[in-house]
Ligand binder design. Structure first.
Ligand code: WT7
Length: 658
């Protein structure tokens, strides 16, 4: 590792500390274990022959229009294929087949809008809506392999759009609504999207919040590939309209035919691209394909959440703009025939009990949310959830960042009535589906640990040289064998795919996370070891924010670090060297924060911007972010002996005192 890279231990000292003292364990109750979907024997059977195990899951969980004869092909690493000669349709698997099996009247989606409007879709109704959207998109010239950019709020039309694309075999590329026009533009261009599906806007804390203007701005640049923009009317705001290009959803989709027969697509046909931050400035278009992705998302949804689709009500609070909203909102719950809740808004709108009101109203039995939300609820106080009937809850999931043991304990005790198992699920945009998590009916749970690689998944923790570390030691998290939902590459950049994930260690996938095995061999995640930050479970690149800052004429140089933050996990702290007269501008910090918001999106705005005279650099010119992180976290700066100029740290601290 280079001298300026943060180590796993440094990046999450708290987790390490807790790990040393954590010895509480929560085995499943006898009752839960007896009724669990997945029992203990699963690990042995799966790990004896992983490919065969996944082949069995693929046939049991999915309907294929053409059966496969091959499971895994790893003859050309790191490019895997799964179920290669099989064919299936993702949309058919999520919809039609449930109707054909007599479950058309089962509720697929309970939608709760932020202003309190509600809609319910049965499987039969949702199937009809998706068929209409499919016909409408096809009429606009979208066909198999075309890319469709999606810039929508968390409303049913988002799920309908994705499933319509999947039905056609068009590749969806969702851009989170919190990203800027500029971020949207670069993603539309990289994927060469033909169609954009958006909305006039959404609601945020009772106020309208617009989306369409960002699409208009993104499409002002010449040479883009977009032919049409379909606009869902959601918040009723006035929108700018480009005749011939823009179409209302209500005029195109709502009037389309409800007849559409799905055809099978090859198992390795691309299902979607989803951009995520890496260690360089340019986001990576993570590519997922159909058969393996659906197999592992469906299996993990069933196994990790102990899903009983006839009786459970599942609620994953993630936005469709993130991979969690793809795998555990759009695909797995519907493929598994489950009933789920979709909520448009924020947890505090119009009051801080909104989540618990929704749990009570829809009798949510499985809740899947993020540690940052849990820590926020803790801060708001337990008297708020205490006002609601949460007795329907029987499984609680966590995802996105390490969950500190105290948050885990609070989640179980306050939300789970001291009995619902908490499953901490580790995975990434790249892994497509959950990789490490306890099985609620099997595992004796430990607060703060994701614990065990799932059946059929080969995870390890290794040292610098790639050797497996013994129990009780820490290192880098790797995945030793290909898995069905693994990314198939980075859109348009096979070299970057190889160098990012497969070059660090021979024949192993490098996840970018630090981890530790405890005395029992359970895995504890310790945060990123690269230049990726995790703010409220959102992945942000230090380099990307630095690039945004230096693109402003007032900034000469910038360095960004993720500083530990009690609520958001990490917070973005930027150190900037200003140019010329900007030094005297009293509004410069606000200007720069807004500039980052405009370049990347509001979620990337630095919490703190510190104006400094110099940045600490090594002799080779690399910024030593480790030292800046010390300052950002209020510590004495560590060893600075490798700095090119060892007076720099004093200059910085003097300037900050001034
Ligand atoms: C990174 C991936 C997986 C969907 C949401 C995030 C961190 C994720 C956990 C967890 C500790 C976690 C990792 C990972 N992360 N889940 N349970 N415990 N860390 O997806 O945006 O691709 O981010 O999130 O650092 O590498 P993503």
């Amino acid at each position: 590792m280079s001298e300026d890279t943060t180590t796993a231990a440094e990046s999450n000292g708290d987790a390490l500390e807790n790990l040393l003292t954590e010895n509480r364990q929560f085995p499943p109750s006898a009752d839960f274990a007896a009724n669990a979907v997945v029992k203990a024997g699963e690990y042995e059977a799966a790990n004896a022959d992983r490919a065969a195990f996944w082949g069995k899951q693929a046939r049991e969980l999915l309907s294929w229009t053409k059966d496969f004869t091959k499971t895994l092909d790893w003859s050309n690493p790191p490019f895997a294929t799964w179920f290669d000669d099989g064919e299936l349709n993702a949309s058919y698997n999520a919809l039609d087949r449930h109707v054909e099996a007599g479950n058309g009247d089962r509720v697929a989606i309970y939608f709760e809008g932020e202003p309190g409007d509600t809609r319910t879709y049965t499987y039969a109704q949702l199937t009809e809506e998706v068929k209409k959207a499919t016909n409408a998109f096809e009429a606009l010239g979208v066909s198999r392999g075309d890319r469709v950019a999606v810039y929508l709020p968390m409303i049913p039309e988002a799920v309908i759009t994705l499933l319509a694309c999947a039905r056609i075999g068009a590749i969806h590329s969702v851009v989170f609504g919190g990203f800027s026009a500029e971020a949207l533009r670069s993603r539309i261009d990289d994927a060469e999207a033909k169609l954009v599906v958006t909305a006039d806007g959404t609601f945020r804390r009772g106020k309208p919040s617009s989306l369409k203007p960002a699409v208009d701005e993104a499409l002002t640049a010449p040479g883009h590939t977009v032919e049409h923009v379909v606009v869902v009317k959601r918040n009723g705001e006035d929108v700018n309209w480009v005749e011939g290009r823009d179409l209302w959803w209500d005029d195109t989709v709502s009037t389309a035919s409800t007849e559409h027969t799905a055809v099978g697509h090859p198992a390795e046909h691309p299902l979607f691209i989803l951009y995520t931050s890496g260690t360089t400035g340019k986001p990576k278009g993570i590519l997922h394909t159909t058969g393996g992705y659906l197999t592992q998302t469906a299996y993990t949804h069933k196994a990790v959440f102990d899903l009983h689709p006839e009786t459970d009500v599942f609620w994953c609070t993630a936005d469709v703009g993130w991979v969690t909203g793809h795998s555990y909102v759009t695909y797995a719950p519907l493929v598994n025939g489950a009933t789920q809740v979709i909520y448009e808004g924020t947890p505090d709108s119009p009051h801080q009990g909104r989540f618990w009101e929704i749990v009570e109203k829809y009798k949510v039995s499985i809740l899947y949310t993020a540690p940052t939300a849990i820590r926020t609820f803790m801060k708001w106080g337990e008297d708020i959830p205490a006002k609601y009937d949460l007795s329907s809850i029987r499984v609680l999931g966590s995802v996105g960042e390490p969950i500190n043991p105290e948050a885990w304990m609070w989640y179980r005790r306050v939300i789970g009535a001291d009995k619902a198992p908490v499953v901490d699920t580790w995975w990434q945009t790249e892994t497509g589906a959950i990789m490490i998590a306890p099985l609620p009916g099997v595992t004796s749970a430990k607060p703060g640990s994701a614990q065990t690689p799932l059946p059929g998944i080969a995870v390890d923790v290794v040292d610098e040289l790639g050797a497996s570390v013994p129990d009780g030691h820490g290192g880098y998290l790797v995945i030793r064998e290909p898995w069905p939902a693994m990314l198939r590459g980075i859109w348009g950049d096979n070299e970057r795919y190889k160098s990012t994930y497969w070059a660090r260690f021979d024949d192993m996938y490098f996840a970018g996370d630090g981890a530790k095995k405890d005395a029992d061999g359970d895995v504890w995640l310790l945060g990123r070891v690269d230049d990726v930050m995790n703010v409220s479970g959102h992945r942000l690149s230090t380099t990307e924010i630095e690039s945004a800052l230096v693109s402003h004429p007032s900034v000469a140089e910038a360095a960004v670090v993720g500083a530990a933050d009690e609520t958001t996990g990490q917070a973005v702290v930027a150190f900037v060297i200003l140019r010329g007269s900007a030094v005297d501008d009293p509004d410069i910090v606000t200007t720069l924060r807004n500039h980052v918001g405009h370049e990347i999106g509001p979620i990337a705005k630095p919490k703190t911007i510190l104006v400094v005279p110099e940045l600490p650099k090594t002799r080779s010119g690399k910024i030593m972010r480790r030292l800046l992180k010390d300052i950002a976290e209020g510590r004495e700066a560590g060893d600075s002996s490798t700095l090119a100029d060892n007076t720099v740290m004093n200059q910085i601290s003097d300037s900050l005192k001034a």
